[in-house]
Structure formats: structure tokens, C-alpha cells
Design a protein around this ligand. Structure first.
Ligand SMILES: [Zn+2]
Ligand SMILES: [Zn+2]
Length: 119
């Protein structure tokens, strides 16, 4: 087996790995997580916004849609305004919450059982 490896830059922009998206978002956010509570934590001690900064090695922010329940193939077509920088913790927690919310939305979209909402 060859030991030669092409060293690729780490995909720090996952799940949306486009520099065209990464750069403007990092400029806007100042390399800081843009979560303002979607993850379920209030971030109340840091002006209601997560204060984790992109720091290669320690914290690697990801770029992902504001609505994390969105499938990736839709997310990659979103404008920068609909995307956020997330630190890994906020991203993981918020995604779980958004998925749960989306599952609830689906349930509610199903026609209500007859007589459930009698007026
Ligand atoms: Zn965060
Ligand atoms: Zn957060």
C-alpha cells in the first residue's frame, strides 16, 4: 500500500462545502457561531448569541441553513442570507430540535381525525 497521500484541506465548511458561501458568511459572522438560541440554549451570558469562534483545530464552524431540517440538496441552493455559521455543538443540538419540529409539522399536516376539532 502506498503511503503517499494528497493532503486535502480539511472540509471545515461541511455540510455546505463551497468557498463562495463560506467566505461571505465568515465575513458576516466574524468567524463566530451565529446561533441565537436555535440549539435550545439561551446563550444569555454572551449577548444571546453563541460566542464560539472559528479556530482551526479547536472549534470548526460549519455553514448550514437556518432551518436545519432542510435536506442538503435544498440547502446548497439557499442564498447566503438563509445560511448561518454554526459551531459543532449548536449545530448538533439545533439540528435535532429542528428535525423534531419538522416531524411534528408533518404530523400536524395530516388531516385531523374526524370530530377532533368540533367547532
Ligand atoms: Zn454555537
Ligand atoms: Zn447555540
Amino acid at each position: 500500500m502506498s503511503t503517499f497521500n494528497v493532503v486535502q484541506p480539511e472540509i471545515h465548511t461541511a455540510p455546505i462545502g463551497s468557498p463562495a458561501v463560506w467566505d461571505p458568511i465568515m465575513n458576516r459572522s466574524g468567524g463566530r457561531c451565529e446561533c441565537t438560541g436555535s440549539c435550545g440554549r439561551s446563550h444569555s451570558r454572551t449577548e444571546f448569541r453563541c460566542d464560539r469562534h472559528h479556530d482551526r483545530g479547536a472549534v470548526r464552524l460549519v455553514v448550514a441553513p437556518l432551518d436545519l431540517a432542510l435536506p442538503l440538496e435544498q440547502a446548497v441552493r439557499l442564498p447566503v442570507a438563509e445560511l448561518r455559521a454554526w459551531c459543532p455543538d449548536c449545530h448538533r443540538l439545533a439540528r435535532r430540535r429542528h428535525r423534531e419540529a419538522a416531524a411534528h409539522r408533518k404530523l400536524r399536516q395530516q388531516p385531523p381525525a374526524e370530530g377532533l376539532f368540533d367547532l
